[in-house]
Write a protein that binds this ligand. Structure first.
Ligand code: ADP
Length: 272
């Protein structure tokens, strides 16, 4: 697989890094009925930081990403992206519920790649990547086509622009999904177990694209993953979730070499 980043218009990795955090969860609580899924969660992610989110099934990892995508409501607390409340707007000295325009703008800061690709099956790879720039950003068809072509080229699929998802391997579909998420030029990329539905031999090509994105572009990344080897090598920080809270976190190397909490040690013994 060849990937190229020469023409793509994303911020380069030597772009200045803001001191202010890019993503903040401030005492965020999420409940489904009686079940508290996130329990006053505090999480602050710096601009350009790569954070791996790991933990047992049901610990709230995917909910964190879905809340950032505004796919789930917030029961308590505030989420901020780029310093602005995600689902609320400042009005004088108080926060009011965001209007549709604010939500659309905030959603445009964030791209998400799902476990099951979620491509539009009736659209070619190119059309999949053109949809959001046209409908959300209001780009012309020509501009969106050019941007989509560049992104698909970057993920090594420059020769598959006219293929439909069913004509592509799982790894190729996931690379289209990454290109599609990048097409709105997000500041933050979310990856939710993006290799879990792939045969092991196809994981490498997807992880390689993520690695290139991480090293060559100034993107903040949150990644829910079971790939401990990749998390250790790629992430700046690992957050271990347990029962809706961060039970332990730290720089990837020290986290894996010297976990402090008994619960973390037990989890890592089971998965590594
Ligand atoms: P993880 O990603 O760590 O496996 P999730 O964030 O997907 O965990 O889910 C956390 C908990 O919330 C689980 O117990 C799950 O069953 C529950 N949950 C998730 N989505 C819903 C929903 N829409 N309705 C009710 N419960 C949900």
């Amino acid at each position: 697989m060849t990937t190229t980043t020469t023409h793509i218009d994303l911020p380069s990795s030597d772009a200045p890094v803001d001191a202010a955090p890019m993503v903040v969860f401030d005492a965020v609580t999420k409940r489904y009925g009686d079940l508290t899924v996130l329990d006053r969660l505090d999480l602050s992610v710096a601009a350009n930081e790569k954070v791996a989110i790991i933990g047992p099934s049901g610990s709230g990892k995917t909910t964190v990403l879905r809340m950032l995508m505004t796919l789930e409501s917030i029961d308590d607390g505030v989420i901020r992206v780029g310093g602005e409340p995600l689902t609320h707007m400042q009005q004088g000295d108080r926060l009011v519920r965001a209007n549709a325009q604010h939500l659309r703008r905030m959603r445009g800061h964030i791209g998400m790649v799902f476990q099951h690709f979620n491509l539009f099956p009736h659209m070619t790879a190119l059309k999949n990547c053109m949809e959001a720039p046209v409908t959300v950003l209001g780009l012309s068809t020509d501009e969106a086509r050019e941007r989509a072509g560049e992104l698909l080229n970057m993920v090594g699929l420059g020769d598959k622009l006219d293929h439909y998802p069913a004509q592509l391997s799982g790894g190729q579909q996931q690379r289209v999904a990454i290109a599609r998420a990048l097409a709105v030029r997000p500041k933050v990329m979310l990856f939710d177990e993006v290799t879990s539905a792939l045969d092991p031999e196809l994981c490498g090509e997807v992880l390689s694209v993520i690695r290139t994105l991480g090293s060559e572009h100034n993107l903040t990344m949150l990644m829910v993953t079971h790939q401990m080897g990749f998390a250790r090598e790629f992430a700046d920080r690992v957050c271990f979730f347990d029962q809706g809270r961060i039970a332990e976190q730290g720089p990837a190397k020290s986290f894996y070499e010297n976990p402090q909490e008994a619960r973390t040690q037990q989890f890592l013994r089971a998965v590594m």
